[in-house]
Design a protein around this ligand. Structure first.
Ligand code: PMP
Length: 438
């Protein structure tokens, strides 16, 4: 371990030197100097206001206006909204910013129960339960559902909250190759004899955990194929829809709707309110029995303060807009817009010759840089999230773009122009497309 760590640090140091050399060769102006590889390492406070334009503080304390292509504000609800914002303000007057109480004591307001019913109806499951944080939803629910004698089979690129939840559960954890149903089947076949009923196996329970859209890949889960394998081997399915719920599907109902999967075929649906709904918190939607079980046993429900009422109201209002229950068709327009924006941006990047990961309709699109030394020029006047080692393997650095329904065509064209220039500067247009001869 010590040798590997030393080797990794050595390599990172070498890359740091390379990066500086790069900057010298490219004669990049001093103001582009960045500290480390952290995503948008300057001006984070402004970043989290999630406006479409950000003011990024440079090291010389000047501020620059820049286009936000980096936050998860998929439907634009994180900015003031004509339907959501007045209701959130009203809820603040009626309740308070915090309940100062756990759900089972005084921490359940009418809003909490309303949102649980609404989420269940929205995702198509019989019941739902809320949690104060998306991260905690995974890291606390997985141990509440699984324990010693259970088997968790997890996609190799699952989010850290899933990895930690699985590790902390005490269950045996196996990993299958990213989004590869055939490898999932191989792992399952190794663990159990095909066709045996759930009760006659070495495992008390088997759960397969996947994500709707993989946040560093922009890729849709091969959910129909995964479900077919799970059914064959009688394993439960756990789907994290953090990036897909609200953002994809004709009516915003996520990856099930987009890929024609019946929500009844997914045992546990997990999601967060921090992306498409512009709020915070997370949920589990499942059968009445599972939700009831969690309400009685899950420490994160029994011992953690409940979601802030205004945050709950924000999600209720956003879902109502998505469902058209605000009396307008803004929800449908937003959904059409995010799809249109995403497909436009992705295809323009591809035409320019960038290597863009992910699938059509996905608002998440990583541009492959490979070499982390190519990150610094990306920290110019569009805000994108740049990711490198240790968040990715050493030579799989990338710049990740998140598209919003609130981006105008002018915003997107401006973003494309900047990214194109950066692409030329650092040579990452790996697949230039020849213009068609007329
Ligand atoms: N699951 C996935 C797939 C995520 O990407 C994230 C965070 N981006 C989370 C869970 C945690 O959610 P939150 O940020 O709402 O706590």
């Amino acid at each position: 371990t010590a040798l590997t760590t030393l080797f990794s640090y050595g390599l990172l140091f070498a890359f740091g030197q390379l990066r500086d050399l790069f900057r010298k060769i490219l004669d990049l102006p001093k103001s582009k100097k960045v500290q480390g590889y952290a995503p948008i390492c300057l001006g984070l406070e402004d970043f989290y206001t999630r406006r479409l334009y950000l003011r990024i503080q440079t090291h010389s304390s000047n501020t620059t206006k820049c286009l936000n292509l980096g936050s998860y504000n998929y439907l634009g609800f994180a900015a003031a909204d004509e339907y959501c914002t007045p209701r959130v303000i009203e809820s603040l007057k009626q309740y308070s910013p915090g309940t100062c109480s756990v759900r089972v004591d005084g921490g359940t307001t009418k809003l909490h129960t309303e949102l649980e019913e609404l989420v269940a109806r929205f995702v198509g499951k019989p019941a739902a339960i809320l949690f104060g944080m998306g991260y905690v939803t995974n890291s606390a629910i997985i141990p509440a559902l699984m324990g010693k004698g259970g088997l968790i089979i997890s996609d190799s690129l699952n989010h850290n909250s899933i990895v930690n939840g699985a590790r902390g559960s005490g269950a045996t954890v196996r990993v299958f190759q990213h989004n590869a149903p055939s490898h999932l089947e191989e792992v399952l076949r190794e663990q159990i004899a095909e066709g045996q009923p759930r009760t006659h196996r070495p495992w008390k329970k088997i759960v397969v955990i996947v994500e709707g859209i993989y946040s560093m890949e922009g890729e849709l889960c091969k959910l129909p194929e995964i479900i077919a394998v799970c059914k064959k081997y009688k394993a439960y399915t756990y789907l994290d829809e953090a990036h897909s719920i609200g953002a994809i599907g004709k009516t915003g109902r996520g990856v099930c709707e987009l890929l024609g999967v019946d929500p009844a075929d997914v045992d546990i649906m997990m999601g967060t309110f921090t992306k498409s709904f512009g709020s915070c918190g997370g949920y589990i939607a499942a059968s009445k029995e599972i939700v009831q079980y969690l309400k009685h046993t899950c420490p994160a429900h029994l011992y953690a303060t409940s979601m802030s009422p205004p945050a709950v109201q924000q999600v209720i209002s956003a879902i109502k807009v998505i469902l058209g229950e605000d009396g307008s068709n803004r929800g449908a327009q937003k959904l059409a817009q995010i799809r249109d924006n995403s497909n436009f941006f992705r295809s323009e990047l591809q035409k320019m010759g960038f290597e863009v990961l992910g699938d059509d309709d996905s608002p998440v699109m990583p541009i492959m840089l490979y070499n982390p030394a190519k990150i610094p020029p990306f920290l110019g006047n569009v805000a994108v999230v740049t990711v490198a080692f240790p968040a990715t393997p050493l030579l799989l650095a990338r710049a990740r773009i998140c598209i919003s329904a609130s981006h105008s065509r002018e915003d997107l064209i401006k973003g494309l122009e900047v990214i194109s220039k950066v692409g030329d500067l650092v040579g990452i247009k790996y697949f230039p497309v020849e213009p068609e001869k007329t």
